[in-house]
Design a protein around this ligand. Structure first.
Ligand SMILES: Nc1ncnc2c1ncn2[C@@H]1O[C@H](COP(=O)(O)OP(=O)(O)OP(=O)(O)O)[C@@H](O)[C@H]1O
Ligand SMILES: [Mg+2]
Length: 722
């Protein structure tokens, strides 16, 4: 048996970790040092040398994308495809367990996953049923409270309220929320983890089965596990199996969501014989990028401490660009992407990373204008778009009539004259009798509790769903989706809306049918109907990949979702105080440090070239804000970074660090420049913010001192310079 290929292309320390005898292990090392690579090779080694079947391996990653990549890499090393190996996220694996053992945790066979948006609606509904004012009990905060407790493994009865009336009320809301979910067979994300934990904690034989089955448990990105996840892993540990965890305390970026970096210390405490492996050579980034990232993270306190070095040369310096505003910033970035492409590079090797999802819009528009294909990971996810969720709502209700979240979503979409009052009556009855909304509706009708109009409306809704269920029972999945979209009234509703947005919605609905067509029921779901499997997939994946996977496209994502990934060319955008670090993080030292780790993660995604850009003037929630460059930029050693200066000088309305310039020649042929002060006969003085088009059709956006921001057609505007 030739296993040398499993050890080739590894350094000594990596090789020692891959080929170690059976043992618990902590691999603690910085970004790009080959942690994930070691994990992949170790899995292959365990199978080939230790003779562990794929069935005996459990590998946990942070995103579905990372799971897919890991599976692909192992299959590549093995030269064959893997069956029966569990590779997935904590949520995905918990879901798989609950599907198998639903009865042991009191779930209906067809339970439905409630995503964050559904959960929000559900919380609002519970508040309403308890007659609580959302002003005093903000639903987001309630959601936070429920998930936070679940992440700590706490059910309402475990929560100590110390006689505090507010705390008691919160606990009651949690309790009613949970009862409502249980009645409707709904499981939120945090519940997946908690139930999976309870499954093992309360069923020793089931736990013993999995302890015996999984001889090797490997966890990537361990620094971002939360307490319930770690507790779940600990249950699984047994003398007959080994745990290998991989992490980097400097990349812990989910503290805000309950991740606990101290789990690394807990692991060392709970697994005292575990070997610790440190890797220090970085294989990903050039010397300059690495030096800059090291310097930034060095400003954090209490690190476990590690230095990274590379054999690579310095490479190019990091480029810094100060945009006049976010549009100028986007144009600059897109012009560099065009250059990159025109030099014969693939777009897919280039990533734009931002702090917040909402930042993508401006960049998307600039990319669209230049007809550059792009793909967004996370965020604006396909399965989260309104029309897609509506269609899924119908499918869910048809699939499982007790799904209250789906019922609420579509009962009046399209509108069918069902007033809030009628629905309140249904809700009250459901709550009083512990019924689903569906069953409560049936009862309202049979007991003739409604007035003629309301009764007709509700009755026709019930008939519609029954009819749909009957019509699609024997159809293949994509025809089920197509039929429901066409006959529910959704298609007609959006068709009637007209305009580009409605067109996009129609296209999304059509795309949903395509998604159904392309859907392959995964191995772990072969006991489910295709429809149930697809609905679970839609909730779990929420479209981590949404565009055509084969098209060459720029990759766009939040820094959070870029974890573990790498790209030759990276743009880190919006790097200004108030954006990154975010405004909120300014209030607490711990939060600034988490933002700095996020910056470290972002920078260390870059292999060859890194651009850091920011906007001096940014429109946030419709208001212009002036921002200074992020403190993180100032933490980068001067010899690693250089400012980009373009051709012609632009005068700027605000004091800035650079006499930077722009190349907007099309606009400048009009005689005006971005940032210039101008005068208008009616609106008086203002500053040029933006432009669109050229020649006669050029439009210009001006922020007038007295009248605010306006778009004007250049040829009519009669502007003069101040
Ligand atoms: N010994 C090696 N020789 C050559 N290339 C390597 C070696 N080890 C790792 N690499 C490459 O270096 C890059 C970074 O590796 P990997 O993604 O495993 O790092 P990581 O430590 O998991 O990073 P992160 O902390 O960002 O998740 C990859 O392209 C990987 O293939
Ligand atoms: Mg990794």
């Amino acid at each position: 048996m030739d296993v040398s290929r499993l050890l080739d292309e590894l350094n000594d320390k990596q090789r020692a970790a891959v080929a170690a005898p059976a043992t618990d292990m902590l691999i603690l090392a910085g970004a790009g040092s080959g942690k994930t690579r070691v994990l992949v090779h170790r899995i292959s080694w365990l199978m080939e040398v230790e003779g562990i079947a794929p069935y005996g391996i459990l590998a946990v990653t942070f995103t579905n994308k990372a799971a897919k990549e890991m599976r692909g890499r192992i299959e590549h090393l093995q030269g064959s495809s893997l069956y029966n190996m569990w590779i997935g996220t904590f949520h995905g694996i918990a879901h798989r367990l609950l599907r198998t053992h639903y009865a042991d945790v009191n779930l209906p066979e067809n339970f439905t996953i409630l995503d964050s948006d559904d959960q929000y609606r559900m919380v609002r509904r519970v508040l309403k049923s308890l007659n609580l004012d959302e002003k005093h009990w903000p639903p987001k905060q309630v959601q936070w409270y429920i998930n936070g407790n679940k992440d700590e493994g706490l059910r309402p009865q475990h929560i100590e309220t110390y006689g505090d009336a507010n705390q008691q009320k919160m606990r009651e809301i949690y309790q009613v929320y949970q009862q409502t979910c249980d009645r409707a067979g709904l499981v939120d994300f945090a519940e997946l983890l908690l139930r999976a934990h309870e499954l093992w904690a309360n069923n020793p034989q089931i736990l013993a089965h999995y302890q015996k089955r999984f001889r090797a448990i490997l966890v990537d990105e361990f620094q971002d596990t939360n307490n319930i996840q770690y507790a779940w892993l600990r249950l699984l540990a047994a003398p007959t199996n080994n745990m290998i965890i991989v992490g980097d305390d400097d990349q812990s970026i989910y503290g805000w969501r309950g991740a606990n970096v101290e789990n690394i210390q807990h692991f060392l405490r709970d697994f005292p014989t575990a070997q610790t492996v440190r890797l220090e050579q970085n294989y990903r980034s050039t010397g300059n990028i690495l030096k800059a990232a090291n310097a930034v993270i060095d400003n954090n306190q209490g690190r476990l401490g590690k230095e990274l070095w590379t054999e690579d040369g310095h490479g190019e310096r990091i480029s810094l660009y100060a945009g006049f505003n976010e549009l100028d910033e986007a144009r600059f970035n897109i012009s560099r992407i065009k250059e990159w492409r025109d030099q014969g590079n693939a777009l897919v090797d280039c990533a734009i990373l931002y702090r917040n999802n909402a930042q993508s819009r401006v960049l998307e528009e600039a990319l669209l204008q230049e007809s550059i294909a792009y793909r967004i990971y996370g965020g604006l996810r396909f399965f989260e778009r309104q029309e897609v969720r509506d269609a899924l709502g119908y499918l869910r209700l048809v699939n499982q009539s007790i799904d209250d979240a789906a019922f609420e979503r579509i009962v009046n979409t399209p509108t069918r004259g069902l007033g809030d009052k009628t629905l309140s009556l249904v809700r009250d009855l459901a709550r009083a009798q512990e019924l689903s909304m569906w069953d409560a509706s049936q009862r309202m009708l049979s007991e003739k509790r409604l007035t003629g109009r309301a009764s007709n409306a509700l009755n026709s809704f019930i008939q519609l769903i029954n009819q749909l269920a009957q019509d699609i029972a024997q159809l293949p999945l994509e025809q089920q989706a197509d039929h429901v979209i066409k006959h529910s009234g959704l298609f007609a509703m959006y068709k009637a809306e007209k305009g580009e947005k409605a067109q996009a919605r129609i296209e999304n609905l059509e795309e949903l049918v395509t998604a159904c067509k392309q859907f392959v029921v995964p191995e772990e779901a072969d006991n489910m109907t295709p429809l149930s499997a697809f609905l679970a997939h839609a909730s779990l994946e929420s479209g981590e990949t949404q565009a055509d996977d084969h098209q060459d496209a720029v990759q766009m994502m939040t820094i959070h979702s870029a974890k573990g990934l790498e790209f030759p060319l990276v743009f880190l955008v919006g790097v200004e105080e108030g954006m990154f670090p975010s405004q909120m993080s300014n209030e607490e030292l711990g939060k600034i440090e988490e933002e700095r780790r996020l910056c470290y993660v972002g920078m260390t995604r870059a292999m060859q070239k890194l651009y850091i850009t920011y906007a001096e003037n940014r429109r946030v929630y419709g208001q212009d804000k002036y921002h200074t460059p992020s403190r993180f930029i100032k933490e980068i050693p001067a010899d690693c970074i250089e400012e980009v200066r373009l051709r012609t000088t632009v005068s700027r309305p605000v004091q800035n660090r650079f006499t930077a310039t722009t190349g907007h020649t099309a606009f400048e042929s009009t005689g005006f420049k971005l940032g210039e002060r101008v005068c208008h006969p009616k609106f008086a003085e203002g500053t040029v913010l933006n432009y669109e088009g050229a020649g006669e059709h050029a439009r210009v956006q001006i922020n007038f001192d007295e009248f605010g921001t306006k778009w004007l057609v250049m040829s009519f505007a009669k502007l003069s310079k101040v």
